[in-house]
Design a protein. Structure first.
Length: 208
């Protein structure tokens, strides 16, 4: 029972921290505020269960990345060397939008990711989680194979552009849904369609 209570407490803290970090930024939120939002009378609960704030951020990222990776692995497994660039780009986009759709509204992970990836002291956590993904390794190899003539510096630049679009467009839709304001697309699936269209154009654009 002690283990069960500890797991339940950890989950409450993760959920509360993700929401507060998404809405206010990581360093604008204290451990005390997270504990209060998680209905923990002990203000040291966050440190006891997770350690540092960076450890808490990593735990939130890992909670979602494992589920997203499962979807991505399934998609990547259906592709082969005959698959085109659009199919591989879909493997970058749809796992996240499908995961958020499954969670229902409201969600906070899109905005949480945007907060973390724009913070110089925390973004490495998200990158480390991505580098451990076997499916992303396969996607990168497919990009290299399908775009062999793209200069290395342009490839790196477009990778950064793609990351910005993926992170911030998802966060913008999530924010609009939470606020009840209109969105350009009617569903997460259609949002993914628009992002895939944009990224195909970005990667196939001529090089000056």
């Amino acid at each position: 029972m002690r283990t069960s209570r500890a797991s339940a407490t950890r989950e409450l803290i993760l959920t509360a921290a993700e929401r507060l970090f998404a809405e206010h930024g990581v360093f604008a939120v204290s451990n005390r505020q997270v504990s209060e939002a998680a209905e923990q009378g002990n203000n040291t609960a966050v440190g006891y269960h997770f350690g540092t704030k960076a450890d808490l951020v990593r735990a939130i990222a890992r909670k979602h990345s494992g589920q997203i990776e499962g979807i991505r692995q399934r998609m990547v497994a259906s592709l082969d060397e005959r698959s085109d660039l659009r199919a591989w780009i879909a493997c970058l986009i749809r796992p996240t939008t499908e995961h958020l759709e499954e969670l229902g509204n409201p969600t906070w992970y899109g905005r949480f990711s945007a907060q973390v990836t724009t913070d110089p002291s925390l973004r490495q956590i998200m990158f480390e989680e991505s580098r451990s993904s076997p499916s992303l390794v396969r996607i990168t190899a497919a990009f290299n194979r399908l775009l062999p003539d793209l200069p290395d510096e342009v490839r790196a630049e477009r990778r950064d552009m793609s990351r910005q679009l993926m992170v911030h467009m998802v966060a913008e839709r999530e924010r609009a849904l939470a606020d009840g304001t209109p969105t350009p697309r009617s569903s997460w699936r259609h949002t993914a369609d628009g992002l895939i269209d944009a990224l195909v154009g970005l990667w196939l654009a001529p090089v000056s």
